[in-house]
Design a protein around this ligand. Sequence first.
Ligand code: ADP
Length: 189
Amino acid sequence: MLNIVIFGAPGSGKGTQSERIIEKFGLNHISTGDVLRAEIKNETALGKTAKGYIDQGQLLPDELIINILASVLDGMKESKGVIFDGFPRTIPQAEALKVMLNERGQDVSVMLDLDVPEEELVTRLLKRGEECGRADDNMETIKKRLLVYNTQTSPLKEYYKKEGKYQYIKGLGTMEGIFSDIVSAVESL
Ligand code: ADP
């Protein structure tokens, strides 16, 4: 099983690179952001709750998102592994993921840290806001999301370093160049 955590700040290219990784390695994809946006679109109770947090640039409570992740994982068809995109975002989430995978006789294979300078992140997110109309891609919310990333999510780098699972990926350059660095990292596992 190849279980990849794709990690990085908002706008670091996790979604784009995930699509390529899935195609190349035949993995399932779990994007918590996509799951939540689908709930919002379908106007479910969960969607309503999620929208409150997302519009404020805040994270959903760990317990809630961990339960969502568990049910998505349970409903997933057998595959060669999973790419986790947007999860974990906090230390308790990383610990919960480890337990969930261990219960299935599995573990995280690698954490790919897509590193992109903050100015570039802001430029990309503002552009995405204009092109795709994502409500949280506006200057005010972007600033809050980056602050949340730096304080709550970034410590996961240390967590995965200690687990021996951390892999740095330079997230600047062409999409092909970045993807080829990812492929090399995954193939050398
Ligand atoms: P980004 O482009 O900011 O990385 P995502 O599409 O992954 O965005 O997630 C959008 C929003 O959904 C986050 O800002 C957060 O409010 C919520 N969210 C997604 N994943 C999680 C998670 N693992 N824990 C808590 N909240 C989450």
